[in-house]
Structures are given as structure tokens and as C-alpha cells.
Design a protein around this ligand. Sequence first.
Ligand SMILES: [Zn+2]
Ligand SMILES: [Zn+2]
Length: 348
Amino acid sequence: MMQAVQLFGKNVIKNVEVPQPQIKDNEILVQVKAAAICGSDVRMIQNGYPGVNETHPLTLGHEVSGIIAKVGAAVSGYEVGQRVAIAPNMGCGICDQCVSGNTHLCSNYQAFGINLPGGFAQYLKIPAKAVRQGNLAPLPEELDFATAAIVEPLSCVFNGQKIAQVYPGDKVLIIGAGPIGIMHAMLALAQGAQKVMMNDLNESRLQIVHEILPDVITITNADLKAAIAENTDQKGVDLCIIAAPAAPAQEASFDYMAMNGRLLFFGGLPQNREPVKLNTNLLHYKQLRLYGCTRASLSTYRQTLAFAASGRLPLSKLITARYSIDDFSLAYQNARDGQGLKNVIEFK
Ligand SMILES: [Zn+2]
Ligand SMILES: [Zn+2]
């Protein structure tokens, strides 16, 4: 038996004892060492999730690292005892997106902790498809398990910035000072952004940003437009990244842009919202480019892991609390209430 945290429906999560997964010849069993709580875990708990109910619970957790505990007889290239980071998304393997390497864009994609058992458990079974696609990445020595777990959200940030680009000298505005926004700021600075400004409603969040990234200019909502003008010689920003689930922020964002600027809408909005109203005349007359992004490919995940191991980003500062799985409900409450940044469950 093993301990796991399972979702049984809207706002029903339980610490349960479940059988340890059995693996087949072409599968791998990972002993989980760290799993981080994500905003999407919070949303899945608050909203419930299709197909998840009292009789079909789901083990959550998609930001995971661990040690290989068992390797199926037919698997080569992995060994027991190996430290690994786990990319959560796997595709069907044969559609055009999968064949192009974009398994995360497969219309039949599956993911640990979303529609397959996830990492808030002592053990995680890696199905044959994920073993074959390369979802297990050897963990570089420099990275501890907790930091390796948060490489997953960082890989989504990488994916977004690969799409929208950060050029040396750019003036960048990031809206939303949660863990994702801060990761965007770290990466933009590492890529040579001249100025990174961050905006959030929550002043205590901005204070944390100031402590972690003293180079970032923090701006409260009240004076956002004036502050942007002041910091950009009245020109506006070259890149705006919206890392907050706020339609008004998306609607206002075109006003903040310099000529020829780029915008990245990172992350979705809550369900059942009115469609966002965008001033497409500004898009036209400022020659703006607007990008979306979702998840990350396996190659982006591995690049992100290698970059994280370089130590160039102060990633471990994002981990503001560590818990045992017994204290999951406290960790969840803190994540839900925006206490700290990344809340990580660690296993002995
Ligand atoms: Zn996540
Ligand atoms: Zn596919």
C-alpha cells in the first residue's frame, strides 16, 4: 500500500491508502521525492474535474521528481536508483502534432495528475507510452528534487518565451506576480531584457518580488499606465506577458505597448467568462503581435531542466514552503490563499 492524495469531486480531497501501482514489462515505477502544488491543482479541487467523482477519484500532482524504483524487463535506457524529473504530458505518438515533437498539443493528450494518476503519492507508474516518448529525464546532479519538481511550470514559461521572444534590450511588462509571473521575470532578465516591470493587485506579492529579484521594477495597479510611460520614455513596452487570469488585464494590455511590440497571453481565464474585448485597431496601428501558449514539449522540458541546472535562475527562492504528504491539506490551503509562492510536498 502507499499514501496518496486524491480528488473525489469538487472541494473533496482526501489522504488515502491505495495499492502501490504494479508495472508491466514496458513500464517504469518511480518513487516520488517531490511534487509541487500548481494553480491548476487548486482549480481542479475548487471546480471539480470531468470524470472525477466518489467512485472515480484521481491522484493529483503533475510537477514531479523522484527515483526509479522498478524498471520493466522490456525497458532499456533507465535503471533502478536513477534520479529523474518527470514531464507530465504525453501524446498518442502517431498524430501530426506528436510526430512533429509537439506531444503536448496532441488532441488525445494525457497527463499525470490531470487524467492519469499523478505525483501526490509515494509511487507513480510511468506508462509505456510515456517511457517511449521520453517523459522521464535524468536529473542533473546540481538539482535537488524540490527544484526539479518546479522545472515543469518553468518549462511552460520557456515555451511561452520561445514563442513570443525576448530580445536583448527589451522593456518587458509582466502582469501577475505569482510563481509563473516571477519565473517569466527571471527568464526575461536572463535573456537580456533591459527593464522588467511587474504589476499585481497584491502588494505583498510585489514585496516578495522585490526581495527575490531586486532588479525588477514593481508597480501597483493604481499607477500602472503612468509608471510604464515613465519607465519607457513614453514609448510603451516591447513585450507584455499576462500571467494572471484576468480578462480586464488582457483588454487593457494593448494600451501599454510600444510600436511593433509583442504580447503573450500566458494561461487561461476562469470558465464561463464573457469573451475578452480587444481593441484590434491598436493591434493594427501599432503593428502588434499577439501570442498564446500552452504546456511545453518534451524537448523544451529537457532544455529547461538543463538550464535550471546551470544555476542561472534563482529558482529555489520560489520554494517558500515544504510539507510532508500528511500535511497536504495545509499545503493546499496555503496555495489556494496565495500564501508564499511554490508549496512543495516532499517524500522521505
Ligand atoms: Zn502546473
Ligand atoms: Zn498525438
